[in-house]
Design a protein. Structure first.
Length: 58
């Protein structure tokens, strides 16, 4: 596992998901919480694939 293989767009999506999750938590908006959590989960799967060296569809 090499964290240097993770693309900057994956980090950006992770930050965006975290902002959505925190915004939903602060405003008590369940839709934002769900969307942020799903975005973080999907981005972590993509980032782990990139770190393991698997080719992604570009």
């Amino acid at each position: 596992m090499n964290l240097k293989n993770i693309k900057p767009t994956s980090y950006a999506l992770l930050v965006a998901g975290l902002v959505m999750l925190l915004t939903g938590t602060y405003t008590d908006n369940g839709g934002f919480q769900l969307a942020g959590g799903m975005l973080i989960f999907i981005t972590l799967i993509i980032a782990l694939g990139q770190a393991n060296g698997k080719k992604s569809a570009d």
